[in-house]
Every structure is written in C-alpha cells, then in structure tokens.
Design a protein around this ligand. Sequence first.
Ligand SMILES: CC(C)(COP(=O)(O)OP(=O)(O)OC[C@H]1O[C@@H](n2cnc3c(N)ncnc32)[C@H](O)[C@@H]1OP(=O)(O)O)[C@@H](O)C(=O)NCCC(=O)NCCS
Length: 182
Amino acid sequence: MLKKFNLFHSILGIFFKNRPYDEKTVKISEQEYYVRGITLDDIKDLLSIEREVYAGELPWTKTAFLVELQAAEPHLYLLIQKEGKTIGFIGCRIFDKDAHITNVAVAMQNQGKGIGSFLIREVQQFARINNCEKISLEVRISNKNAQRVYRQLGFVSNTIKPHYYTENKEDALEMILSLKEE
Ligand SMILES: CC(C)(COP(=O)(O)OP(=O)(O)OC[C@H]1O[C@@H](n2cnc3c(N)ncnc32)[C@H](O)[C@@H]1OP(=O)(O)O)[C@@H](O)C(=O)NCCC(=O)NCCS
C-alpha cells in the first residue's frame, strides 16, 4: 500500500512538477473564492496585506517579493481572491526535500474562515508532487494564533531560533510537517 502510494506521487511528479499552478474557483465553508499563481503585477496588493497584518513588525518589501517570485529553486506563490479582491496569499520555496513556507497572510477581516488552512494544504500538495519529505516554516514565538493553525494541520514544533527577527530580536519557533509515510 505504502509503496504504491509513493509510486503514485512519483508518477504525478513527472507530469506535474514544473507545471504552473492551474487557477481555480474553490469553496471554503460555502464561500466561493478564486485562487491563482502570483505574478509580478500582484505585488502591490500583497504589500498592502503585509502592511495590514504585520503592522509594527517586519512586512516584506517589494524586493523580497521580487526575489522570491524569481527564485531558481522550485517555488509556489498563490493568491486567493474574493469578488476580485486579493485577500490572502502564500509562498513556498523548495530547498532539497524541504518545502519551506516563506510567507502566509490573510487579510484581517477574512481570517478564521479556513483560508490560511486551505492555502497551506495547496502547498502540501505541491510539496508531495515535488517529492518533499517535509514542510517547514518559522513563526514568531508570540504568534500563538498562527501556531495553533499550524498545529491543527499537523505541524509540530522543532527548534527555537534565537533572535531570528531582526527588528525586535524575537525568537522564532521552527515548525515542521512531516510528509513521510509511516
Ligand atoms: C496565520 C494566518 C495565515 C491563518 O490564516 P486563517 O485564514 O486565519 O486560518 P484559518 O481560518 O484556516 O484557521 C484559523 C482558525 O479558524 C478556524 N476556521 C477554519 N475554518 C473556519 C470557518 N469556516 N469559519 C470560522 N472559523 C474557521 C480554524 O479552525 C482555526 O481555528 P482556531 O482559531 O480555533 O485555531 C492568518 O491568521 C494571518 O494572516 N495572520 C497574520 C499574519 C501571520 O501571522 N502569518 C503567519 C506568519 S508565520
């Protein structure tokens, strides 16, 4: 069973590895949203979500987005829209067998509706297709809300990275979701 499962993902990988993300309409708790890959033209909308949700912290700059969207490693950057307005996004870049979530944010008014969890599951699918063994991310030690969402999705705490965030020297908690089959 396990071997067949792995073989299935390897075959999927051959076909889907470097394919662009197929845009789609999705339903999350009875609400309809539109999801697609991020392009350079979207950066200004992402910056405004960043400024809203990371007020007083360290929002990404335009350069940070440009670097990520043009990274040489396999990566997935998705946004989600409601009635034409971008309300959330996620980014991940693959390093070896690790799909690292570089950023995930949902606009304040749309939080708690299952959108963040949906975006993380899309990354999970991308990671499997690319034969990753785990998904990793860093989260502020004080960001208990986000940690709870990750835990609900199966992430476990790994290590603490001291003084990871430069602006206030806050520690980061590294969290990992193993994709290895038992
Ligand atoms: C962390 C973040 C990305 C999570 O996204 P989200 O869309 O709010 O997450 P979800 O809605 O999937 O899950 C949040 C909660 O809503 C619940 N939920 C899921 N679907 C729901 C629905 N349809 N209606 C109401 N609640 C729902 C989840 O069970 C979870 O419950 P909990 O509060 O008991 O843990 C988002 O809160 C955010 O952008 N925060 C600010 C930026 C940030 O901290 N980013 C992460 C940096 S590491």
